[in-house]
Design a protein around this ligand. Sequence first.
Ligand SMILES: [Zn+2]
Length: 110
Amino acid sequence: MRHRTASSGVCPSCQHQGLLQRHAIRPCWWRDVPQDGRPQVRRGHIVRWRCPACQQTHSCVPEWALPGKRLTRALDSWVREALRTGQSARAVARGCGVDEKTVRTWGNTS
Ligand SMILES: [Zn+2]
């Protein structure tokens, strides 16, 4: 897994490696593993960077977040495990607070 720090990284557009300028920080939240039968969210920040070489901006999510989804990596594993052990999509969806339809397609990916 590629590790990003607050001060340096690799630009996905031009592969520039080095310091990326912090452009904006936006608070955000991701769905997390339920606790005591209640859906949880985990709060964090999306950091937007500007590459000094190509001037493109890029978003960087926390490393515990699943890229491209509003979910934590832990919740992703949790849902996969729940489906694998035979829990119904409806029960899983209710447990973690996501759409039942989302959970159904979840089991089909990977
Ligand atoms: Zn760049």
